[in-house]
Design a protein around this ligand. Structure first.
Ligand code: ZN
Ligand code: ZN
Length: 374
């Protein structure tokens, strides 16, 4: 099932909302959350959410389908995702030219601009990187505007207004549905909703307007980063369609590989340490190389019990809030050998009574008593 929020809820309107209500709600929210304007923390995500909700509800056919099937349309999702060019909403028309003119330097001149798609890149790191906040270097192929056509996709970089839609980017389509004639607005197929077409496509990029170029990205892993942390590199995403507008952003999502023995609990590192019976009785010190390359010394006191823990303060992961580090927590475990040599059996037999808890019934009673108290 989908965990998406209800589109009406996203826009804060009633199910019966008119197209005017929808437009007003969208305008209000889009102004608030537009990523180039908003100071809200999750503006980007919010903006996409309201954009999607509006794209579906403002399209009569899609709205009807949504009202009937919800997010789970009859053939998978009928609404598509964001991966492609996003939704075909003319923000300039809805928000008004002056909303954009101030940051596209239009000086009141209305221009049709759009933004390139965002790119998500998953990047694997290990616990050591989280511990130290290491610098990463990634070499990836990223789309950049084609040099030959400056990203327009047209030979010589010249685009002309699309004749099919007169540059509107969308066309009205009339369909006979049973006894009804339905009129719907659809993105123009000839120009892909962009309003402009190329007479002849650029030969170097086949009219796509982009080419893949190898790019070296450098960034630091935030100390103590959680699995799934996303970092944004502004303007490193897909170039705007036809070279007109802002490029999208590149998001790097961190995937933290499991450590061989450490398990993570917030900023604490938890591990279990199997020890022989003699080590638990006599006490011992175990040295391991820690994530920072320095020695991690685990001092096991004499008469330790299997199941007890030893805390080594401030050798865990960096705390994201409040600074400092978490702890390493070592869980002691009695290691039971599968087999022991004859000579060892003999020695154990000699000390058997010495190692035994004493009178059996007394020790059973004591143990039960202790369990009740704890
Ligand atoms: Zn080109
Ligand atoms: Zn067109």
């Amino acid at each position: 099932m989908s965990d998406k929020r209800d589109y009406y809820e996203v826009l804060g309107v009633e199910k019966s909302a008119s197209s005017g209500d929808l437009k007003n709600a969208f305008r209000r929210l889009a102004r608030k959350y537009h990523p180039d304007r908003s100071t809200e923390q999750d503006a980007e995500e919010k903006f996409k959410e309201i954009q999607e909700a509006y794209a579906v509800l403002s399209d009569e056919q899609k709205r009807t389908q949504y009202d009937r099937f919800g997010h789970n349309g009859p053939q998978g999702s009928p609404f598509g995702g964001f991966g492609g060019g996003g939704f075909n909403i003319n923000l300039e028309d809805i928000l008004g030219g002056d909303f954009f003119s101030s940051f596209f330097g239009g000086g009141g001149r209305r221009r049709r601009t759009s933004r390139g798609s965002d790119i998500l890149l998953r990047h694997s790191i290990d616990m050591r990187d989280v511990y130290l906040g290491t610098e990463q270097e990634v070499i990836v192929d990223l789309p950049e505007p084609c040099d030959t056509c400056q990203g327009t996709g047209a030979k010589d970089g010249k685009l002309k207004t699309c004749a099919t839609c007169s540059g509107q980017g969308q066309v009205r389509v009339r369909q006979q549905v049973g006894p009804f004639i339905q009129e719907a607005v659809q993105p123009c197929r000839d120009c892909g909703g962009k309003g402009k077409t190329a007479d002849q496509p650029c030969a170097d990029c086949d009219g796509i307007g982009r080419q893949m170029k190898s790019s070296t990205l450098r960034f630091n892993v935030p100390e103590g980063a959680e699995n799934g942390t996303r970092m944004r590199m502004r303007g490193k995403g897909e170039p705007a369609p036809q070279g007109n507008g802002e490029p999208g952003d590149l998001f790097i999502e961190l995937e933290i590989e499991q450590h061989e023995w450490f398990e993570r609990s917030g900023s604490d590192l938890i591990m279990s340490l199997p020890l022989g019976y003699a080590d638990l009785v006599l006490g011992t010190t175990v040295e391991l190389e820690h994530l920072d390359g320095k020695a991690l010394s685990i001092k096991v006191p004499p008469y330790s019990n299997s199941g007890e823990t030893i805390e080594i303060r401030k050798r865990g992961l960096p705390r994201q809030r409040g600074g400092g580090r978490g702890d390493v927590v070592v869980l002691l475990k009695l290691h039971m050998p599968k087999k022991v040599a004859k000579s060892v059996r003999k020695s154990l037999d000699d000390v058997r009574s010495e190692l035994a808890p004493g009178d059996t019934l007394t020790s059973i009673r004591d143990d039960a008593e202790e369990r009740r108290r704890s």
